[in-house]
Design a protein around this ligand. Sequence first.
Ligand code: UDX
Length: 444
Amino acid sequence: MKITVAGTGYVGLTTGVCLAEIGHHVTCIDIQEEKISLLQAGLSPIYEPRLKPLLIKNLSSGRLDFTTNPQYAYSDAEIIFIAVGTPENDDGTANLDDVFAVARSIALNIENDVLICTKSTVPVGTNDRIKHLVHCEKPPNVHVEVASNPEFLREGSAIFDFFHGDRIVIGASHPQVAAVLEQIYLPLKIPIIKTDIRSAEMIKYVSNAFLATKISFINEIAFICEQVGANVEEVAYGVGQDKRIGHRFLRAGIGYGGSCFPKDTKALVQLSGNVKHKFELLEAVIKVNNRQQTIAVTKVKGAVGHLRGKKVALMGLSFKPNTDDVREAPSLTIIRELLEEGAVITAYDPVALTNAQLVLGDTIEYTTEIRVALTNAEIAIIATEWDEIVQLPLNTYVEYMKEAVIMDGRNCYPLEEVQKYPITYLSIGRPMITNALMNTKSII
Ligand code: UDX
């Protein structure tokens, strides 16, 4: 199959590289020339584990190439995946400008029959609009079909997810169209769900909205646990043992971030509004998440009083581990609040500093050395559960910080461990621990 992937962001690049890996001939197109030059040289513009070796391997095998030339990319493609971004408009709706720009470019450049397949997360009805647009502008002798094939990959484990996803969703208006896409994915042995286009579009939004709901739910429970003296980790474990509920996405913390959940939850609320339905449950999920992103600073202020002039070590900037993506990262909300309070911040992150610096500029100090961030700090706030942070012995905080006050926004440390050290430890949905060493000694 000769495949073209439009857009070389997380979804497009992973899809392109992995489709080449399973034997297809893939051309990836993007309008950003710098990005394409990087990729042609075998360099990845994003940090994604396992991506670079696969990129280099498939470039050298000749199954994968990169271009900015639409004529080259589209003229003889058999399948074109649209994988460009659908960022949030000011009103929460999805911005489809890039999707329609690609659709128009496809229409103007195709010379053979083609299947256009949308991977970008798009509101229900978008594929029908793409079909209409392409049909109006394509050459009359060329036959075009449109399908929806939403992407569920997680940043940080995108390559694993491509090969081991729970399901592949194909939304098509004819069984023959779905069969073409099914052939592409056959080597993966992942269950394929074939449905109509609008249901496929809906499946993506509903999946993300439901996962976000689980997170906000457990974050609400965390708040109540703190008030009644329970431990949310214990509660989530006990609840998650029920197979109908499950353990995943029940980790309490400082809220969800990233390029999908915040955007897709708002887009689904908007979509509901379009059909005159107020999606109150999802509105509450978003509201809880906004509050949750501010909880770290509220708790620290509660423990130490004012933050003016206090030196804070911000541990982790990316919205989750194993990615350099800081879009909608809770760390950014925390930093903005800390700055408003007059704190002085040094942020540690193993890979996300460049992206964070683009947003925060020189308002804070940056380091890739944990010890540099902690030296003389009066407060440490853990915002991302990077392995480097989870595995950091608590003694390091005691050794390097001026006063070891830790706000653990990701519940990285078991409380039994915390109790061995002379630190003040705040976390989410668990009891606060102060001067634990003295307590432990008295118990011994
Ligand atoms: C998500 C979906 O999982 C994926 O299927 C979709 O295609 C894109 O959006 P991603 O944004 O990469 O993927 O990250 P994910 O691992 O789902 O985490 C999202 C956010 O939720 C992160 O900020 C994470 O820290 C937070 N989270 C996740 C929690 O706070 N608690 C949890 O239990 C799980």
